[in-house]
Design a binder for this molecule. Structure first.
Ligand code: ADP
Ligand code: MG
Length: 692
């Protein structure tokens, strides 16, 4: 009886050459079922087509060879160094290989084994290679593994070598490939459009390619499927969000927003205009807006959000802005009070520091819909806070909020449109992967006349010079920040370090006024410290990362970061964004501890472009870490690489959105298989993820 694809879910244990003991080991690799084994594709290949012929090797060459072990043994030397020797033979000749100090290899490498080795060729009683690396391709008793010249290397685990896995895969592959044929979801035209092939063929090529060139298009098939279902999850979440409640149409005549834009002391950049137009179209449309506004630090997202607020208020509804810290909420209040004043809108603050009678008053105004613009922290989503006529929810620095908080605010907003703003940019591919349910607006241009910040990375030996430089800037009337990292996740320790630093720096700079800002200060104290710094009363602000986000003091020209090696790239860039906000040349000095700055710091100093920083961050940390799959409730990407596969991602997103637009429940015949896969493979994610 022919097997069908459901059988692929049988335990891997029952496959040829597996059994219970090996099944346990395979489980450690995430291989539980027959299907898992089929999708346990090689993570790299040894390419015998680039292998050198043994006869051609000359002393001094660095080469890779493949040969059979014709003799071997451990030779003790006079200095008691035990050397494992093996003579390798290919069809052109013989060479001796030596592994000094590794006598145990005698237990794993046998006569007759087929070995791949790479290293430098030397001369020692004849030619000799000292392999840096070697891989056992086939043991003596086996038939030549595969027939091609490309050897798959599998992720292995203790007690189960990549070669044993290869043997298991080899002996089951043909049968499994037949079974998986039914799993093909994408039609021939679809596959052709993305330059790949049907699943069985792709898997066949990945497990036993004839040439390395076959691997990439085959991998594309697996990557695409993964990206497509990710986008299908996103598309459905987006659809639900937009259709859950009839959205609001904020279709007022344009006068008030136009008046607002004319009242600005500057003109919007082309990128700001574009973003505003996209948002305006969403606001006017009855579908609910759910949009991410991305842009580099200082590109001017706030004013775009303000325009949206004006429009919503003009339609008689409330705009709500949630910021991650009180400090930032208070600053937004100041900024927006000023921006909105010409159009007669007065914003209201609601944070944990607003208490007593003041609080009751604010809550009442909010509930009755009389407060047109409410700005706050997560206090906005606490018990007892209600909005009478919410029209727009803006979430600033959204990455600082958990999924739950974002959901709570979204729910509090009823049918309101939602705009989320990122603190620092992330690459488009990452944005589409993680926030694929949102529509994306990007401000990729800075306001004119900005001087880029000059960044220096300095070791501890350069501290005195750096402080003298700082003195010069302060003497010229500028202001500066000195920032300390969160040392052990505790506010108290961090505050103590900053307090000590304040003492030390006060001694160093007796002629200037210093102040302290950290998370342990009460709201009023923070506000006071901020106000003194903003007004120029204080010159040097010693701070912890509470100043990281959003703070805007144009006269500050120096950002000195202590223990910069403890900060992430995005965070460093965010800190640097606190200077360079006025007309003066600004500087960022990053101190590192240790002998040499880590790559991250070098990358940081090399560019001021937040999008480039973001790409570098992605490269250095890997998409796994950045993806934050758990936090977002998203499936991890095993095969897709966001940088390499960004075109596939765009394609998948378009296709998935079109499919959901046409058939939201995926109930029509051609779409049903996709719906089934979502249910089978992605049920957990769909549930978790629906909260956005
Ligand atoms: P971010 O996008 O990082 O939140 P902000 O909205 O705080 O940036 O804007 C940074 C600064 O740029 C503010 O001081 C703001 O007044 C100024 N700004 C915004 N748009 C423009 C513009 N088009 N021209 C000149 N300055 C602008
Ligand atoms: Mg901002």
């Amino acid at each position: 009886m022919p097997r069908n694809s459901a059988d692929l879910h049988r335990p891997v244990q029952y496959l040829k050459g597996v059994g219970p003991r090996r099944a346990e080991k395979l489980a450690r690799l995430g291989v539980f079922t027959a299907r898992d084994l089929l999708f346990h594709v090689p993570y790299r290949y040894e390419d015998a087509t680039t292998v050198a012929r043994i006869a051609s090797l000359r002393p001094g060459d660095d080469a890779t060879i493949i040969g059979r072990v014709v003799s071997k043994g451990v030779i003790p030397t006079r200095r008691r160094l035990r050397i494992f020797h093996a003579v390798l033979k290919d069809d052109s000749g013989l060479i001796e290989c030596a592994w000094p100090g590794q006598p145990w290899l005698d237990n794993t490498i046998r006569q007759g084994d087929l070995l791949l080795a790479s290293g430098t060729v030397g001369f020692y009683h004849g030619r000799q290679m000292r392999p840096r690396e070697h891989t056992l391709l086939a043991s003596g008793s086996e038939a030549e593994a595969g027939s091609g010249r490309v050897f798959p290397v599998y992720r292995a685990t203790e007690g189960l070598s990549h070669r044993q896995i290869r043997t298991i895969v080899e002996s089951n592959l043909d049968g499994l490939l037949e079974e998986v044929a039914e799993d093909e979801l994408f039609g021939p035209d679809w596959l052709r459009a993305i330059g790949t092939m049907p699943l069985p063929e792709a898997l066949a090529r990945l497990h036993r390619p004839d040439t390395l060139a076959e691997v990439e298009p085959a991998m594309r098939r697996l990557a695409y499927e993964e990206l497509f279902f990710l986008q299908l999850l996103h598309a459905r979440a987006r659809y639900r969000y937009r259709s859950r409640e009839a959205g609001l149409s904020h279709a007022a005549p344009p006068e008030l927003t136009e008046r607002f834009l004319r009242s600005l002391p500057y003109r919007l950049t082309a990128a700001q205009k574009r973003a505003w137009e996209e948002i305006r179209a969403d606001l006017e449309s009855p579908a609910r807006m759910y949009r991410l506004l991305q842009g580099d630090v200082g590109c001017g997202k706030t004013v775009v959000a303000a325009a949206a607020m004006v429009r919503v208020v003009d339609c008689g509804r409330q705009a709500i802005l949630m910021a991650p810290t009180e400090l930032l909420a208070e600053q937004h209040l100041r900024t927006l009070a000023e921006l909105l004043q010409p159009v007669g809108i007065e914003p209201t603050l609601l944070t944990g520091s607003v208490t007593g009678q003041r609080r009751s008053g604010v809550l009442e105004e909010t509930r009755e819909g009389r407060a047109p613009v409410v700005i706050g922290t997560h206090a906005l989503i606490q018990e007892g806070v209600e909005f009478g006529s919410p029209g727009l929810v803006v979430i600033d620095e959204q990455h600082r909020f958990g999924v739950e908080q974002r959901r709570a605010l979204r729910d509090a907003g009823g049918a309101a449109d939602t705009l989320v703003m990122s603190a620092t940019p992330i690459p488009r591919s990452l944005a589409l992967a993680v926030y694929g349910d949102l529509d994306l607006s990007v401000i990729d241009e800075m306001p004119p006349g900005r001087k880029s910040v000059i960044t220096g990375i300095r070791g501890t030996g350069d501290r005195a010079a750096a402080f003298e430089f700082l003195r010069g800037q302060l003497a010229a009337g500028r202001q500066a920040y000195v920032v300390y990292p969160l040392i052990d996740e505790s506010d108290a320790v961090e505050a103590a370090a900053a307090t000590r630093a304040l003492d030390e720096l006060s001694g160093l700079f007796p002629e200037f006024r210093l102040d302290l800002l950290h998370g342990r200060l009460g709201g009023a104290d923070k506000e006071e410290a901020m106000r003194r710094f903003l007004s120029g009363e204080t010159h040097l602000l010693v701070a912890t990362t509470v100043i990281e986000v959003g703070i805007d003091v144009p006269n500050a020209t120096v950002m000195l970061i202590e223990h910069a090696d403890r900060f992430g790239l995005a965070q460093l860039h965010q800190l640097r964004g606190r200077v360079g906000r006025g007309g003066d040349q600004s500087y960022c000095v990053a101190f590192y501890t240790g002998d040499a700055p880590p790559d991250r710091l070098r990358a940081f100093a090399a560019t001021n472009d937040g999008f480039e920083i973001a790409r570098e961050d992605l490269r250095l940390r890997g998409q796994g870490n950045l993806f934050g799959a758990e936090q977002h409730g998203l499936p991890a990407l095993r095969f897709a690489d966001l940088e390499r596969d960004h075109k596939l991602l765009e394609h998948a997103r378009e296709k998935a959105r079109a499919m959901v637009e046409a058939d939201p429940e995926l109930s029509s015949r051609p779409h049903r298989p996709f719906g089934r896969v979502l249910e089978e493979r992605y049920a957990d994610h769909a549930a978790l993820y629906a909260v956005g």
